[in-house]
Ligand binder design. Structure first.
Ligand SMILES: NC(=O)c1ccc[n+]([C@@H]2O[C@H](COP(=O)([O-])OP(=O)(O)OC[C@H]3O[C@@H](n4cnc5c(N)ncnc54)[C@H](O)[C@@H]3O)[C@@H](O)[C@H]2O)c1
Length: 326
């Protein structure tokens, strides 16, 4: 019996693959390597396929049967907000059709445990201090919409044929569980700052006139290794026979501002991180912090690492990569 990890060659997926292997699980990774890398999956089997492709359902069924897959962790998706605004149909094809193919294949082979990578992007611009799972989801871009539609599809499959699932709404993921598994994409704040520093440029701050303590946006940063552990806790919870359709925030309940994160990068790296301040970007809520109460209650999971550990591990991983600074 094995666990299928779609998108297991990516940033977060590779952490889950490694944790599953460490505890002796048989893992099969399905990935088209569009943003993932083969060397991140260790000795797990890698099946190269596009989960959104025309023949994906059939191919997925075949792999699930051969490997006796009982549970799926579905990471494979596109995650760039700007790109989703420019190419909405393609985002729905990739993220929604991809998920639909996975769920249809699971139904066909009788695999009934699914963990889905959802996102805080489902909330859009919530007007609350702390976001709970009951906060009205109102995504403001196609990326967030594909995640919310994915959650709906999963709930429908639960009602229709008993799919047991957890949709995990990740907040701001950063750091590295191992130095070779850092975030390779320059999309989130920490890699963006490191990328600028590597080019000998100043970090950028978009807007310092928000209604927050230091005027910069506040986010909830979650260590990728803590996030990966949440997936294992969710898989175990569903294996224990507890069914239903869980929707859980994965965050820390603590916010850090853009300036605080940059200052921490300066402390850890010893570099001058004085930023250039630019105009606000459209669609950035001033504050997005999770309530992590429900996941603690349901899965008994909580974060172990704070901002210092996140930045230290991100720095170590960056320095272990090809663009070492200094
Ligand atoms: N990184 C974050 O901050 C964050 C936050 C919220 C949600 N998420 C979600 O978590 C998941 C993983 O994100 P990540 O940061 O590890 O991204 P990533 O790009 O590193 O990983 C995605 C993986 O999926 C693969 N993939 C993409 N489309 C595919 C397809 N059609 N068929 C097969 N494989 C495909 C890629 O090659 C890659 O290995 C995504 O669903 C993303 O939307 C990420």
């Amino acid at each position: 019996m094995s666990i299928m990890v779609t998108g297991g060659a990516g940033y977060i997926g590779a952490h889950v693959v490694r944790l599953l292997q460490e505890r002796g699980e048989d893992v099969v990774v399905v990935d088209d390597l569009s943003t993932g890398r083969e060397d991140r999956v260790g000795d797990a089997t890698l099946v190269e396929l596009d989960v959104a492709g025309g023949d994906a359902q059939q191919l997925l069924e075949q792999v699930m049967r051969e490997r006796e897959v009982t549970g799926v962790v579905h990471f494979a998706a596109r995650k760039q907000v700007g790109e989703s605004v420019a190419r909405p149909a393609w985002y729905f094809q990739q993220n929604v059709t991809g998920l639909a193919n996975v769920v249809a294949a699971m139904e066909a082979v009788g695999a009934d445990r699914l963990i889905f990578s959802s996102s805080a992007a489902v909330y859009g611009m919530p007007d609350v201090e702390i976001v709970t799972e009951d906060t009205d989801p109102r995504p403001i871009n196609p990326y967030g919409e594909t995640k919310l539609v994915g959650e709906w599809l999963i709930a429908d499959a639960g009602r229709a044929w008993g799919l047991r699932a957890a949709s995990l709404r990740y907040f701001n993921v950063a750091g590295a569980g191992w130095p070779d598994l850092g975030d390779p994409a320059v999309l989130n704040l920490v890699p963006m700052v490191l990328d600028r520093l590597a080019k000998g440029e100043r970090p950028k701050v978009f807007g310092e006139d928000y209604p927050t303590t230091d005027g910069t946006c506040i986010r909830d940063y979650i260590h990728v290794l803590d996030l990966a552990h949440a997936h294992l806790a969710a898989l175990d919870h569903l294996a224990g026979g507890d069914g239903g359709n869980l929707v859980l925030n994965v965050g820390t309940g603590q916010g850090a501002s853009v300036k605080e994160v940059i200052t921490e990068i300066g402390r850890v790296s010893g570099l001058d991180v004085t930023p250039d301040v630019e105009e606000r970007r459209a669609g950035d809520p001033p504050r997005l912090v999770a309530s992590a109460d429900r996941i603690a209650e349901v899965l008994g999971w909580q974060t172990r690492n704070g901002l210092p550990e996140i930045i230290e591990s991100a720095w170590e991983a960056w320095q272990a990569g090809p663009r070492r600074i200094g």
